[in-house]
Design a protein around this ligand. Structure first.
Ligand SMILES: Cc1cc2nc3c(=O)[nH]c(=O)nc-3n(C[C@H](O)[C@H](O)[C@H](O)COP(=O)(O)OP(=O)(O)OC[C@H]3O[C@@H](n4cnc5c(N)ncnc54)[C@H](O)[C@@H]3O)c2cc1C
Length: 385
């Protein structure tokens, strides 16, 4: 075990940080406010090999792992330009296809996912299921060699900028009649597939949508992996999702803290900069401690995942997500507070993080569901729901 990052990882961190700074928070927030996408940043990140850094080299990826993709996410978020679709496209969809897709599916999708020319969204959440994904009702029915999907999804990110959505649906077990989850690649231009924008109070270029699947007909090879092993396949994508949500939150906490530190070192309303008041310095120090603790757990989760230990990665991935979300919300709150009125101005750029940091407490899995997981799985406590 080593706590010093390798030369390659240090270089990657520096290179992503440089790209993040080139675009920065102003660019990101301008895109969101003007209704533009962060296409320039996404394309450049793809060309530099950052987006597909975790994907297999033989299909055009970087051949590294989730540790490296988390570095990409964290450094962009730390620059104020965290790209939500990194959580979804290369981390969830890319990992699942790379691990469980057929050779044809890998050749079709991974090179584009890796260089950023293809973006794939991920849809599991449904209006009547929410946190209880066992309740999803989007159904896939076989029709000869084809599949027909019907159902609805909600809060699905980035569908307007995606070529396809990896949809979690259910198929009927021929013997028992029970519904079991299965994963399907649904092109966003498929007949019967429609989307509706959800108005969100988020300064974020990446939008959320309700999706309607109305007799969407798909070829046999739309099914990713086995019809019978979707839960373990899902895990292969959901641990990376939690690692990336942690990386985004850690980066956001770093961004907010960085802005606050700069501000309080400069701002003087008595004899010395306000940073000299411990009521300002101590909460910022506490925020720094909390974000570093969360980051350490995130790195443990990424390391275990990259070693192929899906189950071993699950506990730290969940713990890191909860800790990073709490750290980000607290860091942003403290940053805004430390900056007084300027903390809420558009100019200082931290106020949008109040809402953005809260996403990490709700999505991709809420903090209560993580506490449930830890209570039941780590502590062996009974389930109440
Ligand atoms: C910005 C954003 C982007 C998103 N992007 C995507 C995406 O790309 N793809 C996708 O599939 N989904 C996405 N989601 C959806 C997200 O994963 C869900 O919002 C999340 O899983 C919570 O589900 P819900 O909103 O239905 O809340 P609910 O399940 O209704 O929960 C509401 C509250 O009740 C609590 N609760 C529920 N059950 C329990 C329990 N058993 N014990 C204790 N407390 C409980 C929850 O913790 C929460 O606080 C996104 C959401 C947001 C906000």
């Amino acid at each position: 075990m080593t706590f010093t990052e390798s030369a390659e990882r240090t270089e990657l961190r520096a290179a992503v940080s440089a790209l993040g700074s080139k675009y920065g928070a102003q660019y990101f927030q301008d895109c969101a406010r003007q209704g533009r996408k962060t296409d320039e940043l996404w394309s450049e990140a793809g060309e530099l090999g950052f987006i597909g850094v975790n994907l297999p080299e033989e299909y055009g990826g970087g051949g590294a792992g989730m540790y490296e993709l988390a570095i990409v996410m964290e450094e962009l978020a730390a620059a104020g330009a965290g790209l939500l679709m990194l959580v979804v496209s290369p981390a969830i969809c890319g990992n699942i296809i790379a691990r469980f897709g057929t050779d044809e599916q890998k050749q079709r999708w991974i090179p584009g996912l890796a260089d950023g020319s293809i973006t794939m969204a991920f849809g599991i959440t449904e209006p009547d299921a929410g946190s209880n994904s066992h309740m999803i009702t989007t159904t896939a029915r076989r029709d000869g060699d084809e599949w027909i999907l019907n159902g609805q999804k909600v809060f699905i990110s980035g569908v307007d900028q995606s070529d396809a959505v990896l949809i979690v649906a259910r198929t009927e077990d021929a013997k028992t009649g029970k519904l079991k989850p299965a994963l399907f690649i649904v092109p966003t231009d498929a007949p019967g597939f429609t989307r509706q924008l959800i108005e969100m109070e988020l300064v974020n270029p990446e939008k959320q949508f309700t999706l309607f699947l109305d007799d969407v007909r798909l070829p046999a090879d739309a099914l990713v992996g086995s019809e019978d092993a979707a839960l373990s396949q899902l895990f292969a994508g959901l641990n990376p999702e939690r690692i990336m949500a942690s990386a985004s939150a850690v980066g956001m906490a770093r961004f907010a803290l960085g802005r606050a530190v700069e501000y309080v070192n400069d701002r003087t309303v008595w004899k010395a900069p306000i940073a000299t008041h411990q009521a300002i310095a101590h909460p910022l120090a506490k925020a720094k401690i909390d974000l570093e603790l969360a980051k350490l757990m995130m790195q443990k989760a990424a390391t275990l995942y990259d070693e192929g230990d899906d189950w071993g990665a699950a506990e730290p991935a969940n713990m890191a997500k909860l800790a990073a979300a709490d750290a980000a919300v607290a860091a942003v709150d403290q940053a805004v507070h430390s900056m007084g009125g300027n903390g809420l101005t558009t100019e200082y750029g931290v106020a949008p993080m109040i809402a953005l940091s809260r996403i990490a407490k709700i999505a991709p899995v809420s903090r209560e569901m993580i506490l449930n997981f830890v209570a039941q799985t780590s502590l062996g406590l009974p389930k109440s729901y």
